[in-house]
Ligand binder design. Structure first.
Ligand code: AMP
Length: 490
């Protein structure tokens, strides 16, 4: 979910998320806490669990990490029931506070309704305006709340139909888990941009953003929820329907590059293996003859660096050690802290770096803060040469589908050429994997430019789902125009 920007100076997304749900276990809330813990990388700012015992809903939501909020017996004892759903929230601003922490809950005409959302609705603001005009009173600034209001005003009779009714009006990327009327519902957007998987544990059914959340509770992976599929779980079992418009599947490519946990399996591929493959492609495309060492920027650069080292035959060393007790760089809310965060997080392993020509591998450059600091640090540790290799193409366009990125204008690669970025970060050379190299790492021959196999807008500017709110509020600067400008420049 993301916050609906109410002033429009801000096209920035604020959140990425992880969702998890259990139906049919006496330990539903405890299993959900564990599932959320495994999905902690998808959101560290706040977390919440809502449980349901067939009559009553129970909720606990808090700022901070899952382990800190869901380990006490007194909290877990309150979350009774055989069904539970949970949410991890990733936000870079403190705005909204507790009222945006999910799962969101509402008392509807049919009873309680709880919903957790990963993704971003690209027409949430337009819908919200319309709903407010019609009398809806919003409690949060979250785009997710739009769904609750759309369900509330739907004239259909049963919940599943009302949910479909609501979803047909929204655009964007989403994985929803909802619980109401003795059933749990899972929905994945028609393109399958955001991930959602189905698992089982004994008689219980599980829904989760990633398979690593099934592993933590010893659940079996059943299958992915298909793009555009709606799953309805109740006491009688599972029903699957495909009520939405049929469009080509385009799962988010950035999940493979950075966001998903490497031990997860997505689209039948090991995320770790894909990252190693990208490193291999990068080594083929952008070799560094005569380099002494391949060093990952840990942790996200590590699998690609292993792949690079294997392909090139250059020795791999942990030339940078990461302090694991600091959150991801992006979680720091201000630029000043973000800069500091890099130093808090990484230290050069000096003995291995001194006098060496180093190939540094990271998964992506966003604002360039990390790379600049890391290159400086490696040089200060006595490296002879620093060659930066990035296991994704340049990020030139902001994500509007649920991954937190700065605005397009703030992305280092939006205005700057590779050469300029190299100068900015202070490396001896800089190279990125090509988009086709990335697709090859995913098992495709190349990107199908007519109908891309993945949603890769952050690299290409090809947004498969209309950006209604963004385009409504830009005077003459639609996202597609940004891409045109870029084309004209190059
Ligand atoms: P920057 O310092 O702004 O260039 O950010 C690049 C670093 O942030 C890389 O090391 C990535 O691993 C990491 N990163 C990339 N995308 C994201 C994201 N959406 N959220 C958090 N971290 C990210």
């Amino acid at each position: 979910m993301s916050e609906v920007s109410l002033n429009f100076d801000d096209d920035k997304l604020h959140e990425e998320c992880g969702v998890f749900g259990v139906y049919g276990s006496e330990d539903a809330a405890a299993l959900t806490a564990l599932g959320l813990h495994a999905l902690q990388h998808r959101g560290q700012e706040a977390c919440g669990i809502v449980s349901y015992d067939g009559g009553t809903f129970f909720a606990h939501k808090a700022q901070g990490l899952v382990g800190a909020n869901f380990s006490e017996g007194s909290v877990m004892d309150r979350l009774k029931g055989y069904a539970a759903l949970g949410h991890n929230r990733y936000a870079t601003t403190g705005e909204g506070g507790m009222r945006n922490v999910q799962p969101l809950y509402a008392d509807m005409d049919f009873g309680g309704f709880a919903v957790a959302h990963n993704g971003n609705l690209t027409n949430a603001h337009a819908l919200r305006k319309e709903l407010v005009k019609g009398g809806s009173i919003f409690q949060s600034t979250s785009d997710t709340e739009t769904i609750i209001h759309l369900i509330a005003v739907s004239r259909k009779t049963n919940l599943a139909e009302r949910f479909v009714d609501a979803i047909e009006r929204v655009k964007g990327a989403y994985a929803f888990i909802a619980c109401a009327q003795d059933q749990m519902i899972g929905i994945r957007d028609p393109h399958g941009i955001r991930p959602l998987v189905l698992g089982s544990l004994g008689d219980a059914h599980i829904l989760a953003s990633e398979t690593c959340a099934l592993d933590i509770i010893g659940a079996e992976f059943v299958r992915e929820i298909a793009p555009g599929e709606m799953i309805i779980i109740n006491k009688d079992g599972i029903e699957s329907i495909a009520p939405f418009e049929q469009v080509p599947a385009q799962p988010c490519i950035f999940e493979y590059v950075y966001f998903a946990r490497p031990d997860s399996v997505m689209g039948g591929r090991s995320v770790y293996e894909v990252r190693k493959n990208i490193g291999g492609e990068l080594a083929k495309e952008e070799p560094v003859p005569g380099a002494d060492l391949v060093v990952p920027v840990p942790d996200s650069g590590t699998p690609a660096a292993i792949g690079y080292a294997e392909e090139s035959g250059i020795p791999f060393e942990l030339g940078i050690i990461r302090n694991h007790y600091v959150g991801r760089t992006f979680i720091e809310p201000t630029d000043k802290i973000r800069h500091l965060g890099v130093r808090l997080k990484h230290n050069a392993n000096r003995k291995f770096i001194e006098g060496k020509s180093v190939v540094l591998v990271d998964d992506s450059i966003v604002r360039g803060t990390t790379s600049k600091k890391i290159v400086e640090m490696i040089r200060a540790a006595g490296a002879r040469e620093v060659h930066m290799r990035i296991s994704s193409p340049p990020i030139r366009y902001s994500c509007f589908y649920g991954i937190d990125t700065p605005t397009t204008a703030e992305l280092l690669a939006h205005e700057k050429s590779v050469e300029e970025i190299c100068k900015y970060i202070g490396a001896d050379s800089l190279a990125y994997v090509t988009i086709d190299g990335l697709y090859r790492a995913l098992g495709e021959e190349k990107r199908n430019n007519e109908q891309p196999q993945f949603e890769d807008a952050c690299f290409t500017g090809d947004y498969p789902v209309e950006l209604v709110d963004y385009n409504n509020n830009q005077t003459g600067a639609k996202v597609t125009d940004l891409r045109e400008r870029e084309r004209r420049k190059s």
